[in-house]
Design a protein around this ligand. Structure first.
Ligand code: KMH
Ligand code: ZN
Length: 277
């Protein structure tokens, strides 16, 4: 299912980059809110959030997650999506507890994948538990797909456990992770053959695959995720200035493709986000 407009999601922080290596990475709540506002202004409609503690390292502290959801809701109109992926070292119990912060949306990765030198573990029982708990809480999942086989797992999940909260299925293809599917047009087209009927999709390319994936996703009628979680390089030899720079580029390309950025209220409708949380 494609739309006449483009949902742009910003993933501003992630769990992988160290603040010491990337000084412009937003890690405090104030920095995150400022980034979110800047990104909304230039075309983002959803934010995919990983938070950091006072030591700038990734954390899944529930109090801080709740404060983050509240601040983003108060100061932006963005759809707030919390990561349940966390960092590769986070235990399942902490990742499940993220849902108690009651975001609009949360990520749900559809399987285990090698992740550089690490392993991003997503056991089947854990995925099912995430899916069910999100539905119980009225949280809309974004099914994160790191490899094409995970789309078969998504079909199995929906067949065996039913539709997600809101009834709409939205998928994010995370391409170019070392250990996952490559970030190129050919792979994106192959992935689309396995996406459930009626689902919408966005795509993001990690590192240098950012641009090829963005062009391929736009050409295929898909949506976009960009941000410093996924790339800190803007062009060859040029570091990203800030997240808004990446969103502005994505918005510009979406306009050129005649599929301008989708406003946040339209994104809520498309994703079937309820206003109950
Ligand atoms: N940080 C990665 C290990 C997600 O947010 O759901 C997992 C990740 C996926 O970023
Ligand atoms: Zn993430």
């Amino acid at each position: 299912m494609s739309t006449a407009a483009t949902l742009i999601t910003v993933a501003p922080t992630g769990a992988e980059h160290a603040k010491a290596d990337v000084p412009n990475l937003p890690v405090t709540l104030d920095e995150l809110v400022a980034t979110a506002r800047d990104c909304e202004r230039v075309g983002a409609a959803m934010i995919h959030v990983h938070i950091r503690g006072a030591d700038t390292r990734p954390t899944l502290d529930l109090g801080l997650l709740k404060d983050t959801v509240a601040a983003l809701r108060e100061q932006t109109g963005l759809v707030v999506q919390l990561s349940t992926g966390g960092a590769v070292t986070d235990p399942e119990s902490d990742r499940l507890r993220v849902l108690d912060a009651l975001p609009d949306s949360a990520s749900c990765t559809m399987g285990t994948v090698n992740f550089g030198d690490d392993v991003f573990l997503n056991r089947w029982e854990f995925v099912v538990e995430l899916h069910k708990r999100m539905r119980d809480r009225g949280i809309v999942p974004e099914y994160e797909i790191f490899d094409i086989g995970q789309l078969a797992s998504l079909r199995r999940l929906l067949d065996e456990h039913g539709a997600p909260a809101g009834g709409h299925v939205h998928v994010d293809l995370v391409m170019g992770v070392p250990g996952g599917m490559p970030g190129d047009a050919e792979t994106l087209v192959a992935a689309l053959r396995a996406i459930p009927d009626g689902a919408t999709f966005s795509a993001t390319g990690i590192g240098r695959t950012s641009l090829p994936v963005m062009f391929a996703a736009l050409a295929a009628g898909g949506h976009l995720r960009v941000g410093m979680e996924d790339t800190i390089s803007y062009a060859r030899g040029e570091r990203v200035k800030d997240n808004a720079q990446l969103v502005a580029r994505a918005a510009g390309l979406a306009r050129i493709a005649q599929r301008p950025p989708l406003p946040a209220d339209e994104a809520r409708k498309m994703l079937c986000v309820s206003n109950n949380n």
